[in-house]
Design a protein around this ligand. Structure first.
Ligand code: ZN
Length: 524
């Protein structure tokens, strides 16, 4: 009998193949960048053997929604994701994408605190993807094109120019289109413009992902608008980070799920994803009304130092969080600040007390003190309910995602905290919600971060363990997997992850990250 030989043999594990089927005992053989054998491979030889006895073997996890558009170019190592089994990220979400880029580049397109340091060498979507591949990311990356980027790049060209730019982005490798209707310029976008963009996604078979217009008091309108856009455009819809925020009416989550399933019955291909965390995060500047942002950062800073305008700003009819309107400052904490790293992790009520100031004014003071970097300052709040997250997780069309940035605890991104889910979101799904709360079976939980997102994204040969699929693999201990991050120490890797393989290259072995960066830009 011919002796099999592999580059990598993962031996003795319980295989969870990503389809949602129960685990079964199987070895996995890898040659080059592909899985070439699954089953009893006793007696086979291999260059590297990864011991998986007593552990689960699964497809590498797919994070269907991240904001690593720039961070992967600053530091492609993506340790925060690799060390929790993530092998593919999908960027360009919530209406933000790094391309197309206007000429000259629009600083408003930058998202995080380090984005401004990235040299903008691209204009078109394809040029951006080339630059991204050149940055050698450790994870695979698929990219959506953001409505905001299209709007900025189109300039005075209007919807027609936006459509043309969107078509071009799809031609050059985008696999979906996103809107962020709670953020400028998405919050000013008329429905016809949204539908026109979703139609481009529909024509190209791409997914239309939306951060809806509101997820608290007007949550029903927000979801209705998303479903209407899908119905009118024919696009496949992904409602992003669906969980209601503090202030939503009771039963909002259940009603949203009912509306989605009614639409599905009517032939709308609608699905959604959820952040497996009860703490939300966003930029602090989103506390300001739209008019206060007009004219860019210098104009905003000017207004913040004017007491009369400040009072007007406090009466923002559309605050991103009702926690602000209701003055629940103890549930909001500073997450990222260049001017005040010593205050990170403290809640706003405590900072205000320390300063002897009104909390709302304290927030405005902090923004003012942040100066030019004001747009990148972040905060986090206990805004979501675990009961809502559980309701979502029980729904079979739910994917699970991070909504954050790929970072690393050392190097140029060491001080960047995208969100509290950054280092431990998969561990929180598999540990907290699956093992501890029993909301999902382990096989189903794995499916929500592998086969389910792969199907939504139409990623071929990813999110599944079978012969001829790409060798993106994770080996973890279901009994030990646990998120170890906190507000005080957010940059902490989770427990329980043993081995990770990306495109047939080992990137984590025996829990230790090496220097490999074998990720690819997908969808081209
Ligand atoms: Zn969003």
């Amino acid at each position: 009998m011919l002796q099999d030989s592999f580059d990598i043999l993962i031996s003795g594990g319980e295989l969870i193949d990503g389809t949602g089927s129960p685990a079964f005992r199987a070895d996995v053989g890898v040659r080059g960048d592909r899985i070439v054998a699954v089953g009893d491979l006793a007696g086979a030889s291999a260059t590297q053997v990864l011991d998986a006895r007593g552990l689960a073997v699964a497809p590498g996890f797919i994070d269907i929604h991240t904001h690593s558009d720039f961070t992967l170019m600053v530091d492609g190592r993506a340790d925060s994701q690799i060390c929790q089994g993530v092998t593919t990220e999908v960027i360009g979400q919530c209406g933000f994408s790094a391309a197309p880029m206007g000429d000259p580049p629009d600083p408003g397109q930058m998202l995080g605190p380090v984005d401004a340091g990235v040299p903008i060498s691209w204009r078109s979507f394809g040029q951006y993807l080339d630059a991204l591949q050149g940055a050698r990311p450790a994870v695979n990356v698929a990219a959506f094109v953001g409505h905001g980027a299209l709007w900025r790049a189109a300039g005075s060209g209007g919807v027609t120019a936006m459509e043309r730019l969107a078509e071009q982005a799809f031609d050059e490798g985008a696999i979906g289109l996103s809107t962020g209707l709670e953020y400028w310029p998405g919050n000013e976008a008329p429905e016809e413009e949204i539908v026109a963009m979703a139609r481009v996604a529909a024509r190209r078979g791409g997914l239309y992902a939306t951060h809806v217009r509101n997820r608290d008091v007007d949550i029903e309108k927000g979801f209705a608008e998303a479903l209407r856009a899908a119905r009118r455009s024919g696009a496949r819809l992904q409602i992003s980070h669906i969980q209601p925020k503090f202030g939503a009416p009771p039963r909002a989550m259940a009603q949203a799920l009912e509306a989605i399933h009614r639409a599905r019955t009517d032939g709308v291909d609608a699905a959604f994803d959820v952040i497996p965390h009860d703490w939300a995060h966003t930029v602090v500047v989103s506390v300001l009304p739209a008019w206060a942002r007009e004219g860019g950062t210098p104009a905003t800073l000017q207004r913040l130092s004017d007491p009369v305008q400040r009072e007007r700003m406090k009466h923002n009819p559309k605050p991103i969080w009702r926690l602000v309107t209701e003055g629940r400052w103890e549930r909001i904490a500073l997450l990222q600040s260049a001017a005040h790293p010593e205050l990170v992790g403290m809640d706003i009520a405590s900072i205000a007390r320390q300063r002897g100031r009104d909390p709302h004014d304290t927030v405005f003071d902090l923004l003012l003190e942040e100066g030019e970097g004001l747009a990148q300052m972040m905060w986090t709040s206990r805004n979501f309910e675990d009961s809502d997250i559980c309701l979502c997780l029980r729904d079979p069309v739910c994917s699970v995602m991070s909504d954050t940035l790929a970072v690393s605890p050392a190097g140029p991104l060491k001080d960047v905290i995208g969100s509290l889910s950054g280092y431990g979101w998969t561990a929180r799904l598999l540990g907290h919600y699956t093992r501890e709360m029993g909301v999902l079976t382990l096989a189903e939980a794995v499916h929500r971060i592998t086969g389910r997102p792969a199907e939504r994204l139409r990623l071929v040969d990813r999110g599944i363990v079978r012969r001829s699929a790409f060798a993106d693999l994770v080996v973890f201990d279901p009994a030990a997997v646990r998120d170890q991050s906190s507000i005080a120490t957010p940059a902490t890797h989770p427990a329980g992850f043993r081995h990770v393989v990306v495109n047939g290259q080992v990137v984590l072995r025996e829990g230790v990250r090496n220097a490999e960066r074998p990720g690819r830009v997908l969808g081209r």
